[in-house]
Design a protein around this ligand. Structure first.
Ligand code: TNX
Length: 536
């Protein structure tokens, strides 16, 4: 520890102390595990601050991204240098060091009058530490143009690590298509709140969004449509690669979903031979669910599934492959479980861990299987039984975590089948005790899905994500002992000026005491737009 300098005073000169940091050390979302403020140990960034980092390529990349964050608002282009044992003196030190107690994602952050030190056992831990550092700077740091400000960080120490290993959000790019740049912006929002998985819902009745070289009509025909006649689109292999690379730089794993055997109308318009006998699929731009399916009795169906999953698996570095499985209302009983078990075996052979919506539960277990639970009633013996047979759960309860639900009855976009979800409802639940009979150890984590039947632009995505995404992120990251609505809403309020400064749309929930300075909401762009016409 460095001693706090004693302010010099004399009878002629009034005592001069720098203004305290505007952000308090505990004002971080998600709440850190331990926070120990040192009120007289603030540190101020200047043009002379340097970033020193352990000699490791991944740690250096974290340091470079931190340095890249600062110039627009501060005008400071801080040099990044490698040092075997980085010191915080007059700078920011990012230190890789064995610390078993921090786990694979934890970090320590110490702010003293002479500098900032972030240490972790992994580059991922350093990355999360820099997200905390970003939130400890004044909100003006989010400005894209220079701001005259004193860039003071609050003194003290934080020790932090996640409660659950899986913390995600899902973007449905099938109902409405969102281009690579929009997906990259979404990744930025996830990274800020220490989420580590982006689930892409890539295929549905209204569109097929990922190129599969062995089945080119999937995108050429199936990719051309979207809900309500909106423009279609799809990711080329290069597009998908850009998303993967950007996510990886932000320490996020991409989880691709190919929804099977239902939600497949777009695929069936491209390859009608996979449809049940007698059906002639036509493009669909409405919002009904449950009508389409691949014929489970047709052997060509499994060649198709193997081709598609094989290519997607080969291009995806992460361990997970999501096979959907929801709302296949017309494939019942043994036909459904038989299909799922074959698809699960295909995924296992590809060396990936299968993820599916909890409708997969009745099928046989396969090593590592993960079910994504989107129910609204925690009494679900079928899912609890699948967990007893070895499945782990990702929690996405429809009535708390579904970001396509309206905030209030007058929210211009969104659904309400799982109820209205304002911030408190998104926050007030416990992933560890959501499904009766499922022990906390079986819970891999949480995910907030955003379905996009009525979501058509990046501003609308942001409006639905913020401020509920940070609530779900906090449930996934922060220890249960920190769970406290009154404290959360106050910390969350501090994010408002950051989003406003960064030009990010958000919902100004009346449940959150936003500071007055955020008066001009970019969210107005959404709230004032006319509700989109619904198609059936
Ligand atoms: C149910 S949740 C669906 C989606 C819809 C969503 C709308 C799930 C696995 N399936 O197909 O988009 O409701 O809220």
């Amino acid at each position: 520890m460095h001693p706090t300098p004693t302010p010099t005073t004399s009878p002629q000169q009034p005592e001069h102390r720098p203004a305290p940091a505007p952000v308090r050390l505990g004002d971080v979302v998600p709440a850190p595990e331990q926070v120990r403020p040192e009120p007289r140990a603030d540190f101020t960034l200047t043009a002379d601050t340097v970033v020193r980092v352990s000699p490791d390529p991944a740690a250096r990349a974290v340091a470079e991204r931190l340095a890249d964050l600062l110039p627009p608002a501060t005008g400071y282009r801080l040099p990044v240098t490698e040092a075997p044992r980085p010191e915080a003196a007059d700078g920011i030190a990012l230190v890789l060091a064995e610390q078993p107690e921090l786990g694979p994602e934890g970090y320590r952050l110490d702010v003293t009058p002479t500098g900032v030190r972030i240490s972790a056992a992994t580059a991922t831990g350093l990355h999360h530490g820099t997200q905390t550092l970003r939130q400890l700077l004044p909100a003006a740091i989010e400005s894209s143009t220079p701001v005259r400000a004193t860039w003071t960080l609050p003194g003290g120490s934080i020790l932090d690590r996640p409660r659950f290993p899986y913390r995600g959000a899902m973007l449905d790019v099938a109902r409405h298509f969102f281009g690579v740049d929009e997906v990259l912006r979404v990744i930025d929002h996830l990274a800020r709140y220490k989420l580590n998985h982006l689930h892409l819902h890539l295929t549905d009745d209204q569109g097929w969004r990922i190129a599969v070289e062995s089945r080119p009509r999937l995108t050429a025909i199936g990719g051309s449509t979207a809900v309500g006649g909106a423009p279609g689109g799809w990711y080329t292999p290069a597009d998908y690669q850009r998303i993967l690379a950007y996510a990886a730089e932000r320490h996020l794993t991409v989880v691709p979903e190919i929804d099977l055997p239902g939600h497949t109308n777009a695929a069936l318009t491209a390859y009608p031979e996979l449809a049940p006998a007698g059906a002639t699929p036509v493009p669909y731009t409405g919002t009904e669910v449950g009508f389409s399916y691949l014929d489970p009795a047709n052997t060509q169906t499994y060649e198709f599934v193997a081709d598609v999953l094989g290519e997607v698996a080969a291009r995806t570095p992460g361990p997970f492959l999501h096979i959907g499985g929801d709302e296949a209302f017309k494939v019942k009983g043994a036909a459904y479980t038989g299909f799922v078990e074959r698809a699960q075996r295909i995924v296992a052979k590809l060396g990936k861990t299968v993820v599916g919506w909890h409708q997969l539960a009745p099928a046989a277990h396969v090593e590592g299987r993960v079910l994504q639970w989107w129910g609204t009633d925690g009494v679900d013996p079928t899912t609890a039984d699948a967990v007893r047979r070895g499945a782990r759960l990702i929690l996405s309860p429809g009535n708390h975590a579904y970001l396509d639900m309206k905030y209030a009855s007058d929210t211009p976009i969104g659904h309400d089948w799982a109820g209205l979800i304002d911030v408190r409802r998104a926050y007030d639940w416990d992933p560890a005790s959501q499904v009766t009979g499922v022990p906390a150890e079986a819970v891999l984590g949480v995910e907030a899905p955003l379905w996009t039947e009525s979501v058509t632009s990046l501003a609308e995505i942001e409006f639905m994500l913020l401020p509920r995404l940070p609530a779900i992120a906090e449930l996934g990251w922060s220890p249960r002992a920190t769970h406290d609505w009154a404290a959360f809403r106050t910390r969350l309020a501090g994010q408002g000026p950051r989003w406003t400064t960064a030009g990010i749309a958000f919902h100004r929930s009346a449940e959150v005491p936003w500071p007055a300075a955020t008066a001009a909401p970019p969210a107005a762009r959404v709230a004032t737009s006319a509700p989109r016409p619904r198609t059936a």
